[in-house]
Design a protein around this ligand. Structure first.
Ligand code: CU
Length: 541
């Protein structure tokens, strides 16, 4: 399916604008050319940005392993306006710059596509207007420009940006296109949490590199059914990652930016993990866990206190053993290198020096108003997100992604809070053997097959726009023993934008749809699934 399928009038105009302006050298000239504020992709003369950034998507090379440099695609940024602290690059990494915004700031970003294919960037976790959300209908051609404008409405938290190009999100992210966005606010500042060198961003990804150090992707439909899995773990774009730390508390800001891999984070010495925040920022109270599950696109804010450890010792952040996120037969198909759910190190902390001036862990971090039943518009009739798995197709409510294919249950009145139920929809598989069996009235048998763990798998479901609260997670019937290897690792408090739904689970969430009308996507953040069509639009109206 070609990108042109998604051309809306607005996008055509946005691209005409891009084609026209991309020959201009200076962004200020670009601004001077703008006349129509209502068009997405144009800078609006009334919008007065406090931070203005030029963000380039371009091919490049980085040294990941000894020997040949690795060819990647990467974001590079230039600050046009705003404080120097708004942009910070990660040295020796293909990852994009870290953007640091303050709540309430007005931000304009000029995305310049210097790739050989179409692209568009999404600000994952940020609550922005549709025209600035990076919907695939706004993808720009090579040489094109797209201008985003938004006010930072999020509370303090760590979000990230990555391509959201129709059917090319997985490959573009895999080649290296991703970066972090920090939002800070006064409430967070008043807590005196570790900052500067004591606050470590950690972006976890898996990759496969060939003998010449070049990225390898794919391996056929069978592999992509379950997502792409690499055999090497990178942190911040680097192999065998380590950090020298002092004997005091640190704040680890962790993002799983892998295409498909799910991690079970734990300390190798069995110490509990102390979590102070998730996708949408700080939790009300710290949570102490034996381990934490981290699915693609999820974030964790971890309090890591190295006080009392001896100089010269080390602590490894690892992924521990678990089962139950993939069908049993899948593991054989995926091969033996770094199997999903096996134990492996992610990175090493070396205790390098004595430091005793660290802050104490606050007992209470923030206050979070729980969404109550009376605030929910549809409390007895949740909006369904049915995960539809069938051989060679990954769908939602039995439908693949299609432009302007809004179904009645996907129309959401602006200003409401909706109850949404995410579940494994075993009846809607429409293609292949499973679908045929459903058509022949053999649904119960399919249920049985799934019950044996033959087909069902875990999906990290992400909803664009405002973040949500998890109301209830129930495990119905599947592989109980497998579930036990994960069950203590879910954090359902706080504000979330991505939730892992494992086989046999049903998750109820409450999500506000405020401020902006338009189309906002919801999809699986296993990027191969997203590109296969496990994505839909809500129309907020
Ligand atoms: Cu999925």
């Amino acid at each position: 399916m070609s990108q042109k399928f998604y051309l809306s009038r607005r996008a055509v105009l946005a691209r005409l604008a891009a084609g026209f302006t991309s020959s201009l050298a200076s962004p200020s000239l670009l601004l001077a050319q703008e006349t129509n504020k209502s068009l997405a992709g144009w800078a609006s003369p009334e919008f007065k940005p406090e931070v203005e950034i030029e963000l380039l998507c371009q091919p490049g090379e980085v040294q990941i392993l000894d020997g040949s440099p690795t060819r990647v695609w990467r974001y590079k940024a230039k600050l046009i306006k705003g404080p120097e602290s708004a942009l910070q690059s990660i040295p020796n990494s293909y990852l994009g710059p870290i953007m640091r915004f303050t709540k309430g700031q007005r931000v304009r970003i000029h995305l310049r596509n210097q790739l050989p294919e179409w692209t568009i960037t999404h600000w994952h976790g940020m609550h922005v207007p549709m025209e600035s959300d990076g919907h695939p209908m706004y993808a720009v051609e090579p040489g094109g420009v797209f201008v985003y404008e938004f006010e930072v409405r999020n509370r303090a938290g760590m979000n990230f940006f990555h391509p959201h190009t129709h059917e090319a999100t997985a490959t573009q992210v895999y080649r290296g296109l991703a970066g972090l966005i920090f939002v800070n606010d006064d409430e967070e500042k008043s807590l005196n949490l570790p900052v500067g060198e004591y606050e470590l961003p950690l972006v976890i990804q898996d990759r496969a590199l060939d003998a010449d150090n070049q990225l390898v992707y794919g391996g056929g439909m069978h592999k992509n059914m379950f997502g792409f899995y690499g055999n090497r773990i990178l942190v911040n774009g680097q192999a065998d990652y380590s950090a020298d730390v002092g004997t005091r508390p640190y704040r680890l800001r962790v993002l799983n930016a892998s295409n498909a891999r799910i991690y079970k984070l734990a300390w190798d010495d069995g110490s509990p993990i102390v979590v102070i925040g998730v996708d949408g920022g700080l939790l009300e109270y710290p949570e102490t866990k034996p381990y934490v599950m981290l699915a693609p696109a999820e974030r964790l804010d971890i309090w890591a206190d190295f006080s009392g450890r001896s100089i010269g010792s080390q602590l490894i952040l690892q992924s521990s053993e678990f089962t139950g996120v993939l069908p049993r037969m899948a593991q054989r198909m995926l091969g033996a290198e770094l199997p999903v759910g096996s134990e492996f190190p992610i990175m090493t902390f070396r205790i390098a020096r004595s430091e005793s001036d660290g802050p104490a862990l606050p007992r209470r971090l923030t206050s979070i108003k729980r969404i109550t039943e009376s605030q929910i518009a549809n409390r007895n009739d949740p909006v369904p997100i049915g995960i539809t798995e069938a051989p060679m197709s990954m769908l939602i409510n039995g439908r693949p992604y299609a432009d302007n294919d809004i179904q009645p249950r996907e129309r959401i009145p602006l200003g409401t809070t909706q109850l949404i139920e995410i579940f494994h929809d075993h009846a809607s598989g429409r293609s292949g053997r499973m679908g045929m069996m459903a058509g022949m009235g053999m649904g119960p048998m399919m249920g049985g097959m799934r019950g044996m763990g033959m087909f069902s798998m875990a999906h990290p479901i992400h909803l664009h726009g405002q973040q949500f609260q998890i109301i209830k997670r129930t495990f119905e019937a599947d592989d109980e023993a497998a579930y036990e290897t994960m069950r203590d690792g879910f954090i359902d408090a706080g504000w979330k934008d991505t939730v892992l739904v494992t086989p046999g689970e049903r998750v109820l969430i409450a999500k506000p749809f405020e401020d902006f009308k338009g189309r906002f996507m919801y999809h699986c953040h296993n990027l191969e699934h997203e590109d296969m069509g496990m994505m839909r639009d809500f129309l907020v109206e």
